[in-house]
Ligand binder design. Structure first.
Ligand code: UT7
Length: 311
């Protein structure tokens, strides 16, 4: 047996914030945002909807989609930099609400690469036969740590949640290879400065272009695959220019790059599962397809997975 994804769910808030809305809030333009980032609009959670609410909605759908009962979940891992409060964890809050009474629960922090870290941690427990079903969630309410007066960051971020249930899948399917990494020397380029996100955009951009391409190539090679075997590339949805650079590094045609950045912006740890959800729903990822997931984020951190979709 192998370890893979049994089901997937997501939640995005209804409220849409467009580039035109942002033009009225900061000194920016729809044209600048589109050409520099590829973002057209993003979703923003209302006052009443906290991070754990979004995580709960996405998780509920993932459990239903997987056909797994809440009491059969052994561990909940929630990747987030915007928990409801420092403690208890979002994982504990949703454990109770889901009725996952047999699950251990914790949050993990690897910023935008958090979902990759979560998936790869989950894989270890399942490979070891220690646990059977693990819920992995990427969720962010970035709007609460965004400085809406700072045009360097305000135009980039959005809110949302994606969740998967991981467990055993048949041989040849599931996770074929992975890579994780970190470089704490880059902590100064992307961090929460008091209440708000601070980012040295240029430096993060350079790192992201280099690292995403490299990690994607590494997991493909580790899985014994060729670049031509890839059916879908799902990079962290931070900036279309960074995403296109990793597509080019792999020599993939345009249609194999999965994009949601135009409609959700950068949703940090939830961007990869949100994009995977849409790719599956739209038939861009089908049973047996080879999918490469690759993320990077504050830390600096990065992570990638090559997997064969299906159970
Ligand atoms: O999840 C991981 C987190 N972060 C990222 O992935 C972000 C990585 N970095 C990026 O995506 C890009 O660096 C940005 C989109 C943040 C910025 O794009 P850039 O092409 O690197 O622009 P820049 O920072 O070099 O700024 C170019 C110009 C500057 O004006 P001057 O100095 O040339 O006059 C900025 O002040 O654009 C200006 N600028 C803006 N103008 C209009 C910066 N933000 C804006 C804005 N609207 N929102």
């Amino acid at each position: 047996m192998a370890t893979g994804i049994l089901g997937i769910g997501r939640y995005v808030p209804d409220k849409v914030l467009t580039n035109l809305d942002l033009e009225k809030m900061v000194d920016t333009s729809d044209e600048w945002i589109r050409t520099r980032t590829g973002i057209q609009e993003r979703r923003i959670a209302d006052e009443k909807t906290n991070t754990s609410d979004m995580a709960y909605y996405a998780s509920k759908e993932a459990l239903e989609n997987a056909g797994v009962r809440p009491e059969d979940i052994d561990l909940i891992l929630v990747a987030t930099v915007t928990p409801d409060m420092p403690f208890p964890s979002v994982a504990c809050l949703i454990q109770d609400r889901l009725g996952a009474k047999n699950a251990a629960a914790m949050d993990l922090g690897a910023a935008c690469a958090g979902f990759m870290y979560g998936m790869i941690c989950a894989k270890q427990f399942i490979d070891n036969n220690a646990y059977k079903n693990i819920l992995v969630v990427g969720v962010e309410k970035l709007s609460k740590i965004t400085n809406w007066q700072d045009r360097n960051t305000a135009v980039l971020f959005g809110d949302g949640a994606g969740a998967v249930v991981m467990g055993q899948v048949s041989d040849g399917k599931g996770i074929l290879s992975f890579e994780l990494g970190a470089n704490g020397a880059g902590a100064k380029d992307l961090y929460q400065d008091g209440r708000y996100i601070f980012m040295n955009g240029r430096e993060v951009f350079k790192f992201a272009v280099r690292q995403m391409g490299e990690s994607a190539v590494n997991v493909v090679e580790k899985a014994g695959l060729k670049k031509e075997d890839i059916d879908a590339l799902i990079p962290h949805q931070a900036n279309i220019r960074i995403m296109e650079a990793s597509r080019e590094r792999l020599g993939l045609p345009e249609e194999k790059l999965i994009k949601t950045v135009h409609k959700y912006g950068n949703t940090s740890s939830s961007s990869i599962p949100l994009a995977l959800y849409d790719a599956v729903a739209e038939g861009k990822v089908k049973d047996g397809d080879i999918v490469v997931l690759v993320g990077f984020g504050g830390g600096l951190t990065w992570g990638a997975v090559a997997l064969r979709w299906g159970k």
